[in-house]
Design a protein around this ligand. Structure first.
Ligand SMILES: [Fe+2]
Length: 203
């Protein structure tokens, strides 16, 4: 929650992730063990002047400390296949990230979308045309209920096509390396299929 101050649970979780004891953290911050214990059990909050030192000691940004959604930097060799999509429910902005991140739009902290398998209301047809995948989604395209984007994900890149109400729910993607095709319904969320090599006509 963005409107919340740093919580003890987040401090505790990050401290443990960093394999640090309460006294280890206390020492770095120049406070007593008891103070750290108080924060973690919700019996007190760290003074605002301590936020930066706490974030630094726990190896996160102040924003991550607030969001309670820590980004672990171990994922430096981020692979596109681990891509995450975030969509703002207010403006429809689509944000793509190669790994974990803290994403905010219109004051809303966004969670990464999880792609569900395509279902009967959200059927996708993929056809190979020359060196492209021609993708069509069987779905309404009214202003109230439509597919707002489709994307093809390969280990090296991501191709995204924005779709609009009253338009066609279709897209073309370069085939090379594509492993996953996802699309987003403004009402029902993210759907996706894995693409197998040598796909021909596949639902
Ligand atoms: Fe839908």
């Amino acid at each position: 929650m963005m409107n919340q101050y740093v919580t003890g649970a987040v401090i505790k979780e990050l401290r443990e992730t960093n394999k640090m004891t309460q006294s280890g953290l206390a020492e770095k911050l120049g406070v007593s063990d008891k103070t750290v214990s108080k924060w973690e059990t919700g019996r007190g909050y760290p003074d605002i002047t301590l936020l930066e030192p706490i974030a630094k000691a726990l190896r996160v940004s102040v924003a991550e400390l607030f969001s309670g959604n820590p980004v672990h930097n171990a994922n430096v060799s981020a692979n596109m296949l681990r891509s995450k999509f975030y969509v703002c429910p207010v403006c429809g902005n689509v944000i793509h990230s190669m790994g974990e991140s803290v994403v905010q739009c219109h004051g809303i902290l966004l969670s990464p979308l999880e792609a569900e398998p395509a279902d009967e209301q959200h059927m996708i047809f993929v056809e190979r045309v020359d060196d492209e995948y021609y993708v069509r989604i069987d779905h309404s395209m009214t202003k109230e209920h439509y597919i707002s984007f489709a994307a093809a994900v390969s280990p090296a890149d991501i191709q995204t096509v924005k779709l609009y109400p009253e338009g066609n729910a279709e897209a073309r993607f370069r085939i090379r390396g594509v492993r996953k095709i996802v699309f987003f319904c403004n009402r029902d969320g993210l759907f996706g299929i894995d693409v197998v090599r040598g796909i021909n006509n596949r639902q």
